[in-house]
Design a protein around this ligand. Structure first.
Ligand SMILES: CC(C)(COP(=O)(O)OP(=O)(O)OC[C@H]1O[C@@H](n2cnc3c(N)ncnc32)[C@H](O)[C@@H]1OP(=O)(O)O)[C@@H](O)C(=O)NCCC(=O)NCCS
Length: 211
């Protein structure tokens, strides 16, 4: 198996380094644009240089360890300006899923998460610790689901959706592109694109700029 390069050196990257170790992946190092971090060691891995130097490591696989969907996408686009990196799928060995769950490229699925049946997890999704996903859910690209969230059956999350920690989503709903559901929210209605909803029941909080 190819060595792994972790993109990003923040708090989530530290968790991804732990995940990589649980997945028995050998980490070659970290790429991060914080010049002060270059040469330092984070969670046992050396910060090798800036993100645009990924091209020096084409024999490796990459994982973008950035929680925010928008920032993850921006970094992804910048990487593609220099070539076509090979992205790893990191799925913790204790994640439970049936053989009708499809994972896209570059996904990160953390320990304790369970996905049941007929589920599509799009490219570069991040499903953090102890998330549950019910039957026939469909997630677009660059979706992030924070720890302990419960996504009921038949839910669609369009590209760049972000679900806060411990949120619950009623079955059959659609959350529009780039929308964000606040931590601890209970979502009972569809969410339009580029909005923030929060509370129980979740109500519109504010609008977000388009991606
Ligand atoms: C919903 C959210 C996006 C709002 O952020 P914000 O626009 O910066 O809002 P503020 O923090 O300024 O809060 C504004 C008000 O809403 C309240 N509020 C914030 N988040 C809330 C939530 N999730 N549910 C209910 N009320 C919330 C605040 O207490 C505050 O109330 P006040 O005006 O009475 O003081 C944010 O609080 C949130 O939930 N983010 C997700 C965090 C998360 O899950 N991170 C995962 C890390 S792995």
């Amino acid at each position: 198996m190819k060595d792994l390069i972790v993109i990003g050196g923040g708090g989530f990257a530290k968790e991804v380094l732990w995940l990589a170790s649980d997945c028995n992946r050998k980490v070659k190092g970290i790429l991060d644009d914080d010049m002060d971090a270059h040469g330092t060691i984070i969670q046992g891995a050396k910060v090798l240089g800036a993100i645009n130097t990924w091209i020096d490591y084409v024999d490796c696989e990459f994982v973008i360890a950035i929680g925010s969907p928008r920032t993850r996408f921006q970094v992804y686009e910048r990487m593609l300006e220099h070539g076509k990196p090979c992205f790893a799928k990191l799925i913790h060995p204790n994640v439970r899923y049936s053989n009708t769950v499809e994972f896209g490229t570059g996904v990160i699925v953390c320990a304790g998460t369970t996905l049941t049946v007929d589920i599509k997890v799009g490219d570069h999704n991040v499903l953090n610790l102890n998330v549950t996903v019910g039957h026939e859910c469909n997630f677009g690209s660059f979706v992030t689901i924070a720890p302990m969230s419960a996504i009921s059956g038949n839910v669609s999350l369009v590209d760049f959706v972000e679900i806060g920690t411990g949120a619950a989503v009623r079955q059959g709903l659609t959350i529009g592109q780039g929308a964000m559901l606040g931590m601890g929210s209970v979502l009972t209605k569809n969410m339009p694109e580029f909005t923030v909803y929060a509370g129980n029941p979740a109500k519109k909080f504010k609008e977000l700029p388009k991606v």
